[in-house]
Design a protein around this ligand. Structure first.
Ligand code: UTP
Length: 293
């Protein structure tokens, strides 16, 4: 097998309305809500950087400009912190900054669905493989989820690679569910994906989560702008059309996943990440022990 083209670009669709988090997300994008002390979108960017991604493409929408500001210098703040010799705080600002010229923004003018958001990035992606990271899905682990997926991509070749997680039968109704072929280690061949099935009809318990590696052929399918479930242009529908035309695999990563688009998942992420942080864990543990419920 010829070695597949490297994955250099990542698309971050961040144009959703975040209705599950209102009123918090009325003026603040949900991707900017913090898990401990970092906005959720920054974890996804760090994961992509660790996986070797060189170009970070954000698909934003109205009211999301603070995401752009977050990945830019904040000169007044930086010079103030520098003058006050608050070096730790200053470093925390600077270490999250992508290299100049490596970040691009495009707008999805209407939130017509995830497939449409990815399609909005077509000119910035061009004719090469790319990753898609949904920042809502916070994946914590070493190596990071995208790095594990890229490793799998180099083993099985081009096509589509999706991250998947084993869920309970009942939970399958909330996810895209994989119709599985052969499994080798953490990689399962994908024969089909069923969007939000009734649990009794789910073809497996392997559910698609928010990380993808896609070939540019996906844009040929997304170009049709066909609406699917919920009247939205679904990424899954276009991926499903590529099955049979190119290899399609699901990768189970060893990462922990938190659904930060959901209130309970977001609280769980804050507690779990807080418990991993040596500066916070002792106080947090003491508080959690004292809570009666
Ligand atoms: P979600 O469906 O979780 O996001 O989409 P949402 O629509 O903002 O959430 P709720 O249900 O209203 O609370 C998953 C990802 O796809 C992006 C979202 O920003 C999120 O990162 N997305 C979704 C877009 O960029 N555009 C869309 O039209 C839809």
């Amino acid at each position: 097998m010829a070695s597949p083209k490297p994955v250099r670009k990542a698309v971050f669709p961040v144009a959703g309305m975040g209705t599950r988090f209102l009123p918090a997300t009325k003026a603040v994008p949900k991707e900017m809500l913090p898990v401990v002390d970092k906005p959720v979108v920054q974890y996804a960017v760090e994961e992509a950087k660790e996986a070797g991604i060189e170009q970070f493409i954000f698909v934003t929408g109205r009211g999301k400009h603070i995401i752009e500001d977050h990945f830019d210098h904040a000169y007044e703040l930086e010079s103030l912190l520098s003058a006050q010799e608050k070096n730790r705080e200053l470093d925390s600002l600077l270490e999250g900054l992508p290299v100049s010229g490596s970040v691009s923004f495009t707008r999805q003018q209407k939130p017509l669905g995830l497939g449409h958001a990815v399609w909005c990035a077509r000119h910035l992606v061009g004719d090469e493989p790319f990753a898609v990271l949904l920042p809502d899905d916070l994946l914590i682990g070493v190596p990071g989820a995208l790095a594990q997926m890229i490793e799998a991509y180099h083993k099985v070749g081009g096509g589509v690679i999706i991250a998947a997680e084993e869920k309970s039968q009942e939970e399958t109704r909330r996810y895209g569910v994989v119709a599985p072929g052969k499994t080798s280690g953490n990689i399962t061949e994908v024969k089909g994906v069923v969007e939000k099935p009734e649990p009794k009809d789910a073809p497996s318990r392997l559910c698609v989560i928010g990380r993808y590696i896609l070939q540019p052929e996906i844009f040929g399918e997304l170009d049709r702008l066909e609406k699917g479930a919920g009247g939205e242009i679904q990424l899954t529908d276009s991926m499903a059309k590529l099955i049979g035309r190119m290899p399609f695999h699901a990768v189970k990563t060893s990462c922990e996943r938190y659904d930060c688009g959901d209130k309970v998942g977001f609280l769980q992420a804050n507690i779990a990440v807080g418990l991993k942080r040596p500066d916070i864990a002792p106080a947090l543990k003491a508080i959690l022990k004292g809570i009666e419920y």
